[in-house]
Design a binder for this molecule. Structure first.
Ligand code: SAM
Length: 215
């Protein structure tokens, strides 16, 4: 089976099991080729529903987890988004496709990964993503406020700085807990609502608002 057929099979499966729901997210998953973002040696697994190694001890998340997060974010075409943990850039590329009249700021602490992600965006002609190298565990106040913030690495708790950097009706998605944790949704409005979306496994967020690298 070629990669296109494998992609279609995966998308149908994610729809069947309720991970993929909305037209915009499904279209973005169809349009963004995951194989562009993963190392050559792993190409044949591009559309298996598993996380894959991307070097530097990091991973690209399994497609069902990316689908859960994209659906929970409820992005709009003009959203202004902050991603913490660029990795390969795949997740940010999907967000940039959905928020195609908006902007995605993505911060990555490993410079080599950030550079590679930038190349991947260029390859696909994605222009509404800005990559920043640094520690995003306390957010990125320079470009705040954001309509949406999400982390693809797991924090010890929900950093208050991230909630502060959301706009008045912003949404924050963040995995909390070392390796095996829970995915939390924070909805900002007149009051702040927190909802546990269930178990998840992410690499740790390393930095001032995250874990110590030696932990
Ligand atoms: N979203 C990525 C993708 O689509 O390929 C996968 C990201 S990977 C699961 C998590 C990333 O978070 C790693 O690349 C890691 O280096 C990065 N990371 C960890 N702590 C960070 C921090 N404090 N600031 C920025 N990036 C961080």
């Amino acid at each position: 089976m070629d990669l296109e057929a494998k992609k279609e099979k995966l998308i149908k499966r994610l729809i069947k099991y309720g991970y993929l729901k909305s037209r915009e997210v499904i279209d973005a998953m169809r349009e963004i080729p995951r194989e562009v973002f993963i190392p050559k040696s792993q190409q044949k697994y591009a559309y298996d529903d598993i996380p894959l190694e991307i070097g530097y001890g990091q991973t690209i998340s399994a497609p069902h987890m990316v689908a859960i997060m994209l659906e929970a974010l409820k992005l709009k075409e003009n959203s202004k988004v902050l991603e913490i943990g660029t990795g390969t850039g795949y997740h940010a590329a999907l967000v940039a496709k959905i928020a195609n009249k908006g902007k995605v700021y993505t911060i990555e602490r490993i410079e080599e990964l950030a550079k590679k992600a930038e190349e991947n965006f260029k390859k696909l002609g994605i222009k509404n993503v800005k990559v920043i190298v640094g520690d995003g565990s306390l957010g990125l106040p320079t470009y705040a406020p954001y309509t949406h913030i999400y982390a693809t690495c797991s924090a010890p708790s929900i950093p208050t700085e991230l909630v502060e950097q959301l706009d008045k009706k912003g949404r924050l998605l963040i995995p909390v807990g070392r390796i095996y944790g829970e995915l939390w949704l924070v909805e900002k409005n007149e009051e702040i609502k927190k909802k546990n979306l269930g178990g998840c496994a992410f690499v740790p967020m390393i930095g001032k608002g995250g874990y110590d690298e030696k932990d």
